[in-house]
Design a binder for this molecule. Structure first.
Ligand SMILES: NC(=O)c1ccc[n+]([C@@H]2O[C@H](COP(=O)([O-])OP(=O)(O)OC[C@H]3O[C@@H](n4cnc5c(N)ncnc54)[C@H](O)[C@@H]3O)[C@@H](O)[C@H]2O)c1
Length: 259
């Protein structure tokens, strides 16, 4: 129960990795403000969970939020503070990518950087004072795409930016007792893989022989957000089934599949 008496803000908490994080924090005693641009989906999951755990409805609250809009983020964070009175953890999970013909398209870059890099900045700015007051922790969700070239240059560059954002803010906020880290997932079984043959086709590329589940990422986020990681700040932790450790495994498989 590492999050007893603690309050977390989770962006992107309505689905996938974000919802798994919400569940993990609730399972460990926390109270959670779910910020998402799909508030109905989040509310439905909270209602469903309340049927299993009656305490959920008091400990989880949903706030509509678009992380690409600073005013929307400020409103949602204010709502979370009004409801719960403090913020101990910020999990900046909202993000994503989509296919475009021209990977260097101007509008695509503006959109992807705004969502994946500037979005976490907007959240941190809105939560900063509350996190300093609580000596809290920030965890941002990057990607293996932000560590090596897996394609998708706008997305990869934005996710890579989180690594230097974390390092800089680790130095700036460390003296105030605030920690900040990144988890960099490999392929995780969420809706983003729908219509792409399913994530399982990628399983053989992973040294551990499977793709990730949202709970695999949620447990790493919970670890970095908890006191178990109290001397860890400014790091990017791959949570990727060994993908980054074994690029030759990946290349071998790719070459083999072309034969
Ligand atoms: N699934 C993967 O394979 C994978 C791999 C590496 C990194 N990631 C990262 O993990 C995070 C979560 O991805 P997921 O796979 O769970 O996706 P998902 O689509 O299942 O969930 C993303 C959530 O973020 C919300 N969201 C998206 N844009 C938003 C915005 N502008 N404002 C507020 N909320 C917004 C969505 O409504 C959704 O609830 C993302 O940052 C993604 O880049 C995913």
């Amino acid at each position: 129960m590492r999050f007893d008496d603690r309050v977390a803000v989770v962006s992107g908490g309505a689905n996938g990795i974000g919802w798994a994080t919400v569940e993990r924090l609730l399972d460990e005693g926390g109270r959670v403000a779910i910020l998402d641009r799909e508030p109905e989906a989040a509310a439905a999951k909270v209602t469903e969970r309340t049927e299993r755990d009656a305490t959920t409805s008091d400990r989880a609250a949903v706030f509509e939020c678009d992380v690409m809009d600073a005013a929307s983020v400020d409103r949602a964070v204010s709502g979370a503070l009004d409801r719960f009175g403090r913020i101990d953890v910020l999990a900046a999970v909202a993000g994503g990518d989509h296919f475009v013909d021209d990977e260097l398209d101007e509008d695509h870059w503006n959109e992807i950087v705004s969502l994946n890099l500037h979005g976490p900045v907007r959240l941190i700015r809105a939560c900063r004072q509350a996190l300093i007051t609580s000596r809290g922790a920030i965890v941002m969700v990057g990607s293996v795409n932000g560590v090596a070239a897996y394609g998708e240059p706008a997305y990869g560059s934005a996710k890579a930016g989180l690594t230097l954002l974390a390092k800089n803010l680790a130095v700036d906020l460390g003296p105030a007792g605030v920690r900040i880290n990144v988890v960099a997932p490999g392929t995780v079984r969420t809706r983003v893989w729908e219509g792409q043959g399913g994530p399982d086709r990628l399983a053989p590329l992973y040294p551990l022989g499977r793709v990730g589940e949202p709970a695999d990422i949620a447990s790493a986020i919970a670890f970095l957000a908890s006191d178990d990681a109290s001397w860890i700040t400014g790091v990017t932790l791959p949570v990727d089934g060994g993908s980054l450790a074994g690029p030759l495994v990946v290349m071998d498989h790719l070459l083999g599949s072309q034969e």
